[in-house]
Design a binder for this molecule. Structure first.
Ligand code: FMN
Length: 348
């Protein structure tokens, strides 16, 4: 899939301030660039003379059967890409047979998404200083039949996103963070930065994973881990899965690329819980590399926004379909009949 061409098609359809917010990273964007480059550096060692007349991309994750191991990453403010926003993204997930991770900072409420789509859904939680707000969100997600809570742990404070500061990024008139019923206005710089600094809780510890578990029967997935020791701490504290992520190069600039961080985390915890990964996944071959390195599934972020901007739900589904068919072709070329057959022996 040519993601650069997709992005170029989407760009004129999106307000320039929103485009900068979607595409950008933090500070010098070193990690943003390295996320892509790190997948490109991984090399396959394919098998031949295996019968690959039939290959399957189906898998299973925390009890949910999926047609593809490619999940939709949680991303704020999707109405900035397309008027149907998160609702369209959920339709794409449903039709592609995968999970949408619905963001706390969505521009469609978690209940409205649940009412209009039967896609399997996980709810991404940003912990607020006001704990009653966080516990309400968890309970609302459980009542609306979400199947997991994804706690994002790599945003104790918002990073320095220079473009958003320069653009004084905010939400246009009439658009709100619907789960929180707040509009995002800029006082001086990034309106998002001003909101998160005031509202998000920077004092998270492993005990907070237990706190969320005390509120719900849903599994808690921890997103934003880059170190094997942190991954083990999260699992010891009750995490049902861990997502290796540097927030798509949008948080600590200079942080390790997620492809580079993945193998050590797999070695530390993959025998206990599923390990997922995101950041810079741009083709089915990247998905195959991640799974061969030990991930159970991947999340894709920005390419989904480009598909959404171009054609709403069908556009977003088209991106999932293309990635999945590339994955199927990669499986055949690797001599593997299913994603379950991918392992490190296929990596040079
Ligand atoms: C526009 C945008 C908004 C995002 N918002 C959130 C968010 O609200 N919560 C979260 O946990 N991650 C958020 N992320 C990070 C994604 O979930 C994911 O980690 C990242 O985009 C994956 O990298 P990729 O875009 O290179 O595929 C956001 C990413 C983007 C691009």
């Amino acid at each position: 899939m040519d993601v650069a061409a997709l992005e170029a098609r989407a760009r004129p359809l999106i307000d320039s301030t929103a485009f900068d917010y979607f595409a950008g990273g933090s500070d010098d964007e070193i990690t943003l660039r390295d996320n892509d480059a790190a997948w490109r550096r991984v090399r396959f060692l394919p098998r031949v003379l295996r019968d690959v007349a039939t290959v399957s991309t189906k898998t299973e994750l925390l009890g949910t059967a999926l047609d593809t191991p490619i999940l939709i990453a949680p991303m704020a403010a999707q109405k900035l890409a397309h008027a149907d926003g998160e609702t369209a993204m959920a339709h794409a997930a449903a039709e592609a047979g995968t999970i949408m991770i619905v963001p706390t900072m969505g521009t469609v409420s978690l209940e409205e998404i649940a009412a209009t789509s039967d896609a399997p859904r996980w709810f991404q939680l940003y912990m607020h200083r006001d704990r009653s707000l966080s516990s309400d969100l968890v309970q609302r997600a459980a009542e609306a039949d979400y199947q997991a809570i994804v706690l994002t742990v790599d945003l104790p404070v918002l990073s320095n996103r220079r473009k958003d500061v320069a653009n004084r990024f905010d939400l246009p008139e009439g658009m709100m963070m619907e789960n929180l019923a707040v509009s995002i206005d800029s006082m001086h710089g990034s309106g998002l930065g001003e909101y998160t600094d005031e509202a998000f809780d920077p004092s998270l510890t492993p005990e907070d994973i237990g706190w969320i578990e005390s509120l719900t029967d849903l599994p808690v997935v921890v997103k934003g881990v880059l170190r094997p020791d942190d991954a083990a701490i999260a699992v010891d504290a009750g995490a049902a899965a861990v997502i290796v992520s540097n927030h798509g190069g949008r948080q600590l600039d200079g942080a390790i690329a997620s492809a580079d961080a993945l193998p050590a985390i797999v070695d530390a915890i993959a025998d206990r819980v599923p390990v997922l990964v995101d950041g810079g996944i741009r083709g089915g071959y990247d998905v195959a590399k991640a799974i061969a390195l030990g991930a159970s599934a991947v999340l894709v972020g920005r390419p989904m926004l480009w598909g959404l901007a171009i054609d709403g739900a069908p556009g977003a589904k088209g991106v999932l379909d293309e990635l999945t068919s590339e994955l199927a072709r990669t499986l055949a070329l690797l001599g593997a009949t299913s994603v379950g057959r991918l392992d490190r022996s296929l990596i040079a």
